[in-house]
Structure formats: C-alpha cells, structure tokens
Design a protein around this ligand. Structure first.
Ligand code: C2E
Ligand code: CA
Ligand code: CA
Ligand code: CA
Length: 279
C-alpha cells in the first residue's frame, strides 16, 4: 500500500489491511456457516392501520456464530455482497422464506400473512438468471407469485441495466417489488419514472421524528402522496411508538412495520403471536 499517496495514506494503510483481513475471516466463517446451517430466518409483521391486523411479514436473516456470537446482517451482508456468497445465501433465504409462507398458509389458512417479503441485494438482482431462480423457487415450493414481495434497494436499480430488466421480468411473473429504505437514495423520486415497483417502504429516518411536525413529517406526507398518486402501496418502517402509528395513520399511511407492532422473531414465536396487535 506504499504507493505515492502521501503521509495520510500510509497512516491509514494498516487499518485498511485489518479491515480486509476481517472481511476475509468473516467470509471464510460464512462459508462454513452456510455448510453447517448456522443461518436462520426471523419474521417481523407488517400490519394494517388502524386495526393492527398482520397482513404481511418480512423475513430477516440471523447468524449465530459458535464463537463470535450474534453477527448483525448489517455487518455480514456487505461482506457477502463483496465476495459473492450473497448469491448462494440469498437463494437459501428465498427458498426458506417461500417454503415457510406455504407452511403458514397450510396451518393458519386465512389467518396466515397474505404476503412474504424477502430482501434481495443488488448483486443478487444483477446476477444473470435471478428471475428464473425466483420462478423455480415458486414452482418448487408452490407459493403463488403474488404472495411474494421482493424488497430491493434504490442503489440496486440506480444504474439501470440488467437489474431494471430483472425487476420487469419479476413483475411479469406476478411477484411484487418493494423499494426498501425509500427516500434515502440519491434519486428516489427519479427512479419511480423508470423502475416499475409496487411498494414503497418509507425509511425509518422519516418516521422517527414524525410526531414533532418538523421536516420529517413534511417528507413523510409528501411520500404518501406520491405513493397514492402513482397507485403504489406505502409501508412506514421502524415504527416504535403508538404516537408515531397514530400520526402515520392521520397522514394517510395504511401499512406499518416496527418494534411497536412486533419485533422480528423465530418461526414458532411468530406462529404463536396474535394476528392482530394493539395499535
Ligand atoms: P432492512 O431490510 O431495512 O430491514 C429492517 C431492519 O430494521 C431490520 O434490521 C429490522 O430488525 C430493523 N427494525 C424493524 N423495526 C424496527 C424498529 O422499530 N426500530 C429499529 N431500530 N429497527 C427496526 P436487521 O434484521 O438487523 O437487518 C438489517 C439489514 O440487513 C436489513 O435492513 C437488510 O438490508 C439486511 N438484511 C437482513 N436480512 C437480509 C436478507 O435475508 N438478505 C439480504 N440481502 N439483506 C438482508
Ligand atoms: Ca427490507
Ligand atoms: Ca428498510
Ligand atoms: Ca435498512
């Protein structure tokens, strides 16, 4: 790392080496984790306002490493994106979540969540054959396409190209597409002109201070108007208090997700939890 970069660059080089080393160790540990079944999924409800009925669910990955303990997806998903393991890991998430949705439908009937949300990373979406993989998983598990919502980020489709074509192919299959963390990207509104989506998941940062009637409330109001104007579904993310839920409902939000309604839990707890929560 001793190129002509000046002092500052040399000073930071060891840190970068550390980071690269840690990423490599994490990557190797993930390979083992995949092979030995250390990953599991937890499920968080998405509820309708104001009645608190559980209409949908998002699958979130968890990793309990035998020595490291709990590793956050915010830490290992970026590493998996870098080294490509996300393709295999993502396929596992998709298969597991879709199979789970079918089991719930069989055991809970009409009380089962109507849809299963699965996070898809940029690298997965751009991978050749991703729509075909989704079609194959749906066929194999027997999950109806309209019961699957794929959550993608704005950055994943920002560059256009294959990712946008994949979105179109997936919608052609009947799968719903949600834009995750909506409003935090560089071109949130611009993207809506070129990328056909069904759901906007309005980022937690706009929900946090919504009861203070400041800038966040103005933006959250604008986003619900855009979403309704375009015929899209909006979901407010990261709702932690009853006050936020009330305010969101007043602004026109009909779907919400967050600790206030339910934390992400493992499958037995999800099955045991009430299908309607207090708002
Ligand atoms: P995300 O898709 O935006 O997921 C929402 C995150 O917010 C989750 O964190 C969830 O546990 C958390 N959350 C939900 N409600 C609340 C709330 O009321 N307050 C607060 N403070 N947090 C709340 P988690 O599970 O740690 O996941 C972090 C991120 O990792 C996800 O953000 C997603 O980008 C990524 N991720 C998780 N699972 C997967 C996966 O299976 N595949 C891919 N590609 N990415 C995943
Ligand atoms: Ca998500
Ligand atoms: Ca999100
Ligand atoms: Ca996020």
């Amino acid at each position: 790392a001793a190129k002509a970069g000046g002092d500052s660059r040399r000073r930071y080089a060891p840190e970068l080496d550390d980071e690269a080393g840690e990423a490599a160790r994490l990557g190797a540990a993930m390979r083992i984790a995949l092979d030995t079944g250390q990953f599991r999924l937890v499920y968080q409800p998405i509820v309708s306002l104001p009645d608190g009925r559980r209409v949908s669910v998002e699958a979130l990955i968890r990793w309990e490493h035998p020595e490291r303990g709990f590793v956050s997806p915010a830490d290992f998903i970026p590493v998996a994106e870098q080294n490509g393991l996300i393709v295999e890991l993502g396929a596992w998430v998709l298969r597991t979540a879709c199979a789970q949705a079918v089991v719930w439908r069989a055991t809970l009937g009409d009380r089962a969540p109507e849809r299963m949300g699965v996070n898809v990373s940029a690298r997965q979406l751009a991978e050749p054959g991703f729509p075909e993989l989704v079609a194959a998983v749906l066929a194999r598990t027997g999950l109806e396409p309209q019961r699957l919502t794929l959550e993608i980020t704005e950055t994943a489709v920002f560059g256009g190209g294959r990712a946008v074509q994949a979105v179109k192919d997936l919608r052609e299959l009947g799968v719903r597409i949600a834009l995750d963390d909506f409003g935090t990207g560089h071109s949130s509104l611009g993207l809506l002109q070129t990328v056909p989506v069904d759901v906007l998941k309005v980022d937690k940062s706009f929900v946090d201070d919504i009861t203070l009637a400041g800038r966040e409330a103005v933006i959250a109001t604008a986003l619900i108007q855009v979403s309704h104007g375009l015929g899209l579904t909006a979901v407010a993310e990261g709702v932690e208090t009853a006050e936020q839920a009330t305010e969101l409902h007043r602004l026109g939000y009909r779907l919400a997700q967050g600790y206030h309604f339910g934390r992400p839990v493992a499958e037995p707890d999800f099955l045991a939890s009430p299908t309607t929560v207090a708002v």
